[in-house]
Design a protein around this ligand. Structure first.
Ligand SMILES: NC(=O)c1ccc[n+]([C@@H]2O[C@H](COP(=O)([O-])OP(=O)(O)OC[C@H]3O[C@@H](n4cnc5c(N)ncnc54)[C@H](OP(=O)(O)O)[C@@H]3O)[C@@H](O)[C@H]2O)c1
Length: 317
């Protein structure tokens, strides 16, 4: 089968298309014919082996995993031992972040606990946009308990992959949602359902005196004191992104019960919950750019610039 492989850390051009062995599904896995993928920050972090400390697990000198790609959508080709919930031909979507990556390929084996039936109304490209970003939004927003309809929620980075889902998920809970983005994306964030938008190029959303019951910082460019300044009494903030190791450490060391770093772990249960929101018309993937499989390095290079307006996807077949 064809796959994009990388054998050393580096920029997107390090990826090259190669012929590799097709995987076989093990017990508890299904073999998926990949029809679409989305790209995530995890892909370029792992491709570059950055932050450097991540190489302790990724491989000190060279990457241990040769095929990147965490978000896939496709058709079940075969099922491994003990799998009863899926059969050949099922249309599915999955996330492989916690299972060795491998999505940038014609086929991948995915454990059933990170896989769900694809919502019928979504194309494969749209479905591939969902798992990592939407589950991160869901788990970030849910970090301090379910969002209540009476709450005021601030989403920092509301136009990005995670943020575009977070605005819609928070709105589906009935909350009053404010999205922070730059001038060119204000209308986009309004169209996703935000009640209010803040242009970070002219206004500091955390310094305006307005307070929030929940803050989801998908960018990770704000300090813990900044986030606390924006919280109402009893308010809570969850941070899912980071712009530097110092910012990551800052939240880890100075956060606490009110400000927490969240590392998302995709589960089939959360994918099913999202499928429900998608079917109900409450959440829809916001696709920024579509690439062909052969153009994946360009897709990753674009995402790496940090200016995505929703998700970046690629059709594989
Ligand atoms: N914790 C986890 O489990 C997890 C999972 C997925 C992703 N992440 C992390 O979360 C971060 C975001 O991921 P993503 O997929 O949403 O990235 P993305 O799609 O690349 O997000 C880019 C967005 O960030 C916005 N942005 C940039 N600077 C901003 C600022 N100063 N204030 C407000 N918005 C700003 C950009 O809007 P403008 O163009 O308008 O500036 C753009 O729309 C990454 O650091 C990623 O590593 C973490």
């Amino acid at each position: 089968m064809k796959a994009f492989i990388y054998e050393r850390y580096g920029p997107p051009e390090t990826l090259r298309m190669a012929e590799v062995d097709k995987p076989a599904p093990e017990a508890g896995e299904v073999l998926v014919r990949v029809l679409a993928v989305s790209v995530n920050a995890a892909d370029w972090h792992v491709l570059r082996g950055k932050p450097l400390f991540s190489r302790a697990t990724l491989g000190l000198l060279r990457p241990k995993q040769k095929i990147l790609g965490v978000d896939v959508a496709g058709r079940v080709e075969a099922v491994g031992g003990g799998v009863t919930g899926f059969k050949a031909g099922d249309e599915v979507y999955a996330n492989l972040l916690d299972h060795g990556y491998g999505g940038f390929a014609d086929y991948v084996s995915a454990p059933v606990d990170v896989l769900s039936l694809k919502p019928a109304g979504l194309s494969f490209e749209e479905a591939a946009a969902v798992p990592m970003a939407a589950v991160t939004a869901l788990q970030g927003l849910g970090r301090h308990g379910p969002i209540q309809p009476t709450q005021r929620v601030l989403i920092n980075g509301a136009s990005g992959g995670v943020g575009s889902f977070a605005v819609q998920i928070a709105k589906s809970s009935g909350a009053e949602v404010t999205g922070v983005t730059s001038t060119r994306n204000l209308d986009l964030v309004r169209s996703l359902g935000a009640d209010h938008v803040v242009d970070y190029t002219t206004t500091d959303a955390l310094g305006s005196g307005r307070r929030y019951d929940r803050i989801l910082d998908t960018v990770g460019n704000r300090s813990v004191p900044d986030l606390r300044r924006g919280l109402a009494t009893g308010g809570k903030a969850a941070v899912t992104g980071f712009t530097s190791v110092a910012k990551l450490l800052g939240v880890s060391l100075r956060g606490g019960k009110d400000v927490a770093m969240v590392q998302a772990h995709v589960t089939a249960k959360d994918l099913e919950l999202l499928s429900g929101l998608i079917k109900a018309g409450k959440v829809h993937p916001q696709i920024d750019r579509r690439y062909r499989f052969a153009e994946l390095p360009a897709a990753i290079a674009y995402l790496e610039q940090g200016r995505a307006r929703g998700k970046v996807v690629a059709a594989v077949a």
